[in-house]
Design a protein. Structure first.
Ligand code: GDP
Length: 477
């Protein structure tokens, strides 16, 4: 049971306390059965309601997934112009937009939507996400088959707009809805149409219920919206009595590193991080590399490390070896597109002793220089680094960055975040402490669904508050 007082058995741990189904071949996805070893220090148990919801979902996915008769029937509906009978197999197709962090936060949101609406989640991984994750659902696949008929329409803004939820709701308001269309696009990415955000309203959800195919383009963590929608609110609260653990549970459930990535993660971890008494993750994202001086960011990191006592302080008076070392060690994992931060920090701890005498190791797995698009290996490194960050005891992230959000969500960690800078000035204070383990939703609904009056989504309920790294965003606390 969920809150039993007996100590966890190895089997409980192995299945992440009921998050994972039994019966999957272990060799096909080693991370699923080994990850508990690395996450022992901070784990949350899934509610029993979430466990049974996932088992039900897995069954439905098996019945409706690719290569089933139901799937073929549903495809046939796409060819017709309207849908005249409802089916138990309805789908949400996730499409990639933006970087890996953005993609992962929107995938978790899409999966929660699938759970809440009994839809099947299918994902279009294109060329550059193929080798990142294990198949999450037993005896089936979540990959959108390559011959999916609407693939070409995905990229066409005009088609996406004419078949969007915004235009559907306009039609419904003017003429009423006589027919149910076979598919609809949800344009929910950050530059998307404002009118499509009507998706986050109950009335819209009524209309979407019987549409067999929803095609979603989003780079956002829209999970908090479901806690504000009357039709989903009760269910999400039951699934997640601890509201701060939505990403933690659903993220661990759908994002199990593939065997190849698990090799990258565990080899790095064992070689550089496992032996340290404390692991400090430092994610340095520079959004405007041309206008942001690296020195400012470095000074900001050091100022934050000192003020919040996160980084060991150095002794600049004595450069000779100390007579006694205290025998403890810290490992600092730096992730960044650039090498400078790592090099400077490493050099600082090499050329100076620490005040406490502890040893400090500084490591950076890769420095890719810029964000590559359409590059599988680039995403593999990014995913391995996100996962390694999630294994920190102390995490420092960069404001606004979904890359950092995924690390914090999977780690179940409340990070310190470096405020955004893009000039000579170090922000004061240099960093803040996050109020929750959850990612931030950058573009919540700004109007009331019924009255259309302006509302502030961060003031409606006590468990959804403004993000501190990005004040117009909101997050679960
Ligand atoms: P965001 O833009 O910070 O919200 O994060 P995204 O993950 O959506 O996009 C940034 C992309 O740049 C990542 O997916 C990577 O491809 C790349 N990137 C940024 N920072 C790092 C890093 O520290 N390590 C690696 N390997 N890639 C990074």
């Amino acid at each position: 049971s969920n809150h039993s007082s007996s100590p966890p058995s190895e089997d409980d741990e192995k299945f992440f306390y009921g998050l994972f189904p039994p019966g999957i071949e272990e060799d096909s996805c080693l991370s699923r059965y080994q990850s508990f070893l690395y996450h022992r220090s901070s784990y949350y148990k899934p509610s029993s309601h979430l466990q049974s919801k996932l088992r039900k979902y897995e069954k439905l996915h098996r019945a409706c997934g690719p290569n089933t008769k139901s799937y073929r029937n549903a495809l046939n509906k796409l060819k017709s112009n309207q849908v005249n009978q409802t089916s138990k197999c309805n789908y949400i197709v996730w499409m990639p937009a933006n970087g890996l962090g953005n993609r992962m936060v929107s995938m978790v949101s899409s999966f929660l939507y699938a759970l809440l609406t009994n839809r099947i989640l299918l994902v279009d991984f294109g060329r550059d996400m193929r080798d990142l994750f294990c198949e999450p659902f037993p005896k089936s696949s979540w990959l959108l088959p390559s011959h999916f008929p609407l693939k070409r329409e995905f990229g066409n803004d005009k088609v996406r707009h004419s078949h969007s939820v915004g235009s559907l709701m306009k039609k419904a308001a003017n003429a009423g809805m006589e027919t149910i269309p076979p598919y609809l696009f949800l344009n929910l990415n950050h530059g998307g149409d404002d009118e499509d955000r009507i998706f986050y309203c109950d009335k819209t959800q009524d209309h979407l219920q019987n549409i067999p195919w929803l095609l979603l383009l989003s780079d956002q963590y829209f999970v908090p919206s479901f806690f504000l929608l009357p039709s989903f609110e009760e269910e999400v609260k039951k699934l997640f009595p601890e509201k701060e653990t939505v990403f933690y549970h659903l993220g661990h459930y759908i994002f199990n590193p593939s065997n190849h990535i698990w090799g990258l993660i565990t080899r790095f971890y064992e070689a550089y991080l496992a032996g340290a008494d404390q692991r400090i993750g430092l994610q340095v994202r520079v959004f405007n590399p041309k206008s942001t001086p690296r020195q400012t960011v470095l000074d900001q990191i050091l100022a934050c490390g000192k003020k919040e006592e996160l980084l060991p302080q150095i002794d600049t008076q004595i450069s000779a070896a100390r007579p006694t070392q205290n025998g403890t060690s810290k490992a600092i994992l730096v992730t960044s597109l650039y090498p400078e931060f790592y090099e400077n920090i490493k050099n600082m701890y090499w050329t100076n002793p620490t005040l406490t005498g502890e040893a400090v190791g500084v490591y950076q797995p890769s420095h890719e220089a810029y964000q590559h698009f359409g590059d599988n290996m680039h995403n593999m490194k990014a995913w391995a680094e996100i996962y390694l960050l999630s294994l920190s005891n102390v995490l420092v992230t960069s404001a606004w960055s979904t890359f950092g959000y995924v690390a914090q969500g999977l780690g179940g960690l409340k990070p310190w975040f470096l405020y955004k800078t893009n000039d000579q000035h170090i922000p004061d204070p240099p960093c803040g402490r996050d109020i929750s383990r959850e990612p931030c939703f950058h573009f919540p609904l700004t109007f009331d669904c019924n009255s259309k009056a302006k509302v502030d989504a961060g003031t409606l309920v006590p468990y959804i508050r403004h993000c501190q790294d990005l004040p117009w965003g909101v997050k679960l606390v």
